[in-house]
Design a protein around this ligand. Structure first.
Ligand code: FAD
Length: 236
């Protein structure tokens, strides 16, 4: 475990209401595995307040570590929304077992909205380190404009061992053929992941989404030991 006092180095707006925050990594011993999370303490109303976030960066990136947060009405979120590079923070980590397997395997990632953060970290690592893993991602969002990391995911999807399907649940627009309309469910998993019995599943996102998808994957008789979950508490 590491614990260091640091300063925010960069803030990037990804889509409206979602921002990435970076801290320097170069020359520091900030080890972590793709898919893990860490604790970020900031000063909120003159008091330290801590929240935890998945790394949205990959360990292959040596210059910075990054987390990505959906901005809400909470005091923590409002403070973060106004944070400038140079602001103090205490960071501690890493934690979590939502990580890639060591052996060669087929993987299926299913996530919704902000739940993409640990998945982006893992897929980026698979690409940068040329890990021999067969990866399939089903990613659900409200509309095409709310897809976080769309360009990065498009690039990752060009890798021969990474396939990405986008689902859009409530778009009033005419959808391009690259999008599936509606929610991810048992039928879409059977159709797009026909070899689901051979895959290790990673589910991440708001609690209601992960619980619902978890039940549907279980109904397909996927062994519970082949289902990993990262439930983003604090969201509906
Ligand atoms: C493993 C893990 C990884 C996560 N990764 C990310 C990420 O990458 N990006 C991201 O935006 N969020 C992530 N979260 C969620 C994050 O930790 C915050 O809970 C979330 O951002 C809501 O915080 P808030 O300041 O917006 O709202 P808050 O006002 O802090 O929370 C809203 C409501 O949820 C409750 N709540 C908050 N945190 C928790 C908790 N830990 N357990 C139970 N109830 C809680 C509060 O009491 C409040 O009622 C992750 C959570 C977990 C468990």
């Amino acid at each position: 475990m590491w614990q260091i006092e640091t300063q925010f180095s960069e803030v990037i707006e990804r889509v409206p209401g979602v921002k990435s925050f970076r801290f320097p990594r170069k020359g520091l011993n900030l080890r972590y595995r793709a898919g893990q999370y860490f604790y970020v303490t900031i000063v909120v109303n003159s008091k330290p307040l801590v929240h935890h976030f998945s790394f949205s960066s990959s360990p292959a990136e040596k210059n910075y570590i990054e987390f990505t947060k959906r901005i809400t009405e909470s005091d923590y979120s409002r403070t973060l929304d106004n944070i400038k590079p140079g602001t103090w923070a205490l960071i501690e980590g890493p934690e979590g077992k939502f990580t890639l397997p060591n052996s060669k395997r087929k993987l299926a990632f299913i996530c919704g909205g902000i739940g993409v953060t640990p998945v982006k970290s893992m897929l980026n690592y698979v690409k940068r380190k040329q890990r021999p893993l067969d990866c399939l991602l089903l990613y659900s969002n409200t509309n095409p404009r709310s897809i976080i990391f769309k360009e990065e995911l498009d690039e990752l999807g060009k890798e021969p061992n990474i396939t990405i399907h986008h689902f859009v649940s409530s778009s009033s627009q005419q959808l391009k053929p690259e999008y599936h309309n509606g929610y991810i469910n048992k039928a879409s998993i059977e159709k797009l992941v026909p070899d689901y019995k051979e895959r290790l599943f990673y589910l991440s996102g708001p609690p209601s989404m992960v619980e619902s998808i978890g039940l549907q994957v279980a109904q397909l008789s996927v062994d519970a030991r082949s289902i990993k979950m990262d439930i983003f508490t604090g969201y509906k």
